[in-house]
Write a protein that binds this ligand. Structure first.
Ligand code: FAD
Ligand code: NAI
Length: 330
């Protein structure tokens, strides 16, 4: 059965778009909303003088068979490429090579290419922050931060991080309660660009015992702008939490210092640097919810926080929200 009105999806990260694609493929009309100016959420890439930089998700792995198949299709369409960095590990200040057999994927030519391609021509309102989801006599309506209302919709899928989902799920207190129980931790991200390549073989590094927990040579990813030597540094959740309100220039200085200490080569002043704070970067713990549903009401929630805090978990959660919705329509 086809829904009597479009289905609203709040959030154009990978979870929302995964649900949107599944519903569209089943013949339903979807309408997407995002508070940002573009799609991708935590898989977004930031344009800069040194080219586009992946400031959020760095790469992803595919372990579930369904996701493996989706990634194979994305690869065939040119949306993703394998990334085979020269991997290192840094513990107690000691840097050592840490190669492995894990297959890692990145969007091509930037991380945001995946969600942009998934969105395709689906109808979307960007720069539209939804503040309220409410039900009329038969249908759902959305209110945005500019005072506009949108609707009617047959169903609503909330595909935002858990803390932002809670307020949008008040019509279904059980769902709101579940979302409210999920804590999400922040990550400070810093990008540095150097005119001359650093004299280091490192292209990706898992870090312990430092304010940093990961660093990557952005330009080592396939299809990236290679004019400058670009690096992305991620702070640990605990450092990010402790320095949540630190001004950006200070965050850059701190993390650049930690980077210079561990990278093992001279680090000149960067030609470009920027910082981004991800307030809701990762769920503090994993869940096995798949997606949340109040099928009688027609309200659903999905996102990485319903499974694992990874790209794969978010995509699977979106599929699960769509599956539950379609199942109830039959
Ligand atoms: P999001 O991508 O957060 O999408 C939610 C969307 O909802 C956003 O676009 C947001 O703008 C929108 N939104 C929120 N509130 C509203 C509202 N009220 N109205 C309208 N729109 C709204 N995963 C990996 O697998 N590998 C990695 O290497 C990796 N590294 C990471 C590094 C960092 C720094 C971060 C932050 C995340 C990383 N992740 C990684 C996690 C991965 O990015 C996420 O699991 C995944 O992208 C989450 O997708 P999502 O669709 O659930 O949520
Ligand atoms: P994965 O299998 O590459 O990594 C999982 C974890 O295994 C790594 O965090 C690391 O601790 C360890 N590891 C893997 N390969 C290693 C190697 N060669 N040497 C040393 N340690 C190694 O990828 P998976 O499972 O898909 O995880 C995604 C990644 O995304 C993780 O690294 C996770 O920390 C990161 N992430 C970061 C977030 C943030 O906010 N900074 C949010 C969500 C995920």
């Amino acid at each position: 059965m086809i829904a009597t009105a479009p289905i609203a999806i709040i959030g154009t990260g990978i979870a929302g778009l995964s649900a949107a694609q599944a519903l569209h493929a089943a013949g339903h009309t979807v309408q997407l909303f995002d508070k940002s100016r573009g799609s991708g959420g935590r898989m977004a890439s930031k344009r800069s003088d040194a080219g586009a930089l992946d400031l959020g998700a760095q790469y992803f792995t595919a372990r579930d068979r369904r996701f493996v198949e989706a990634v194979q299709q994305w690869q065939a369409r040119g949306w993703v490429s394998a990334w085979t960095p020269s991997l290192y590990h840094c513990k107690e200040g000691r840097l050592s090579a840490s190669p492995d057999e894990q297959e890692r994927w990145v969007g091509s030519p930037r991380m945001s290419a995946i969600t942009r391609a998934m969105l395709g021509a689906l109808p979307v309102h960007f720069a539209c922050r939804i503040t309220e989801v409410f039900r009329g006599e038969q249908h759902w309506h959305l209110q945005d931060a500019d005072g506009n209302s949108h609707g009617p919709f047959s169903h609503v899928i909330v595909a935002t991080p858990a803390p932002q989902a809670t307020a949008l799920l008040t019509s279904a207190p059980k769902l709101a309660g579940a979302a409210a129980s999920v804590a999400m931790e922040p990550t400070w991200a810093v990008a540095l660009a150097f005119e001359q390549p650093l004299d280091s073989p490192v292209e990706g590094c898992f870090v312990q015992d430092s304010p940093l927990d990961w660093l990557a040579r952005n330009r080592s990813k396939p299809g990236r702008d290679t004019q400058m030597d670009t690096w992305v540094l991620h702070a640990t959740s605990s450092w990010s939490k402790q320095h949540l309100d630190m001004p950006k220039h200070e965050v850059i200085e701190h993390l650049r210092g930690a980077f210079a200490e561990l990278i093992g080569c001279a680090v000149p002043a960067p030609a470009m640097s920027l910082a981004h704070r991800w307030l809701y970067a990762r769920p503090a713990s994993a869940h096995q919810w798949g997606a949340l549903a109040d099928a009688d009401l027609g309200l659903y929630a999905c996102g990485d926080w319903c499974l694992s805090g990874r790209v794969e978990g978010a995509w699977l959660s979106g599929q699960e929200a769509a599956r539950k919705l379609l199942e109830h329509l039959q």
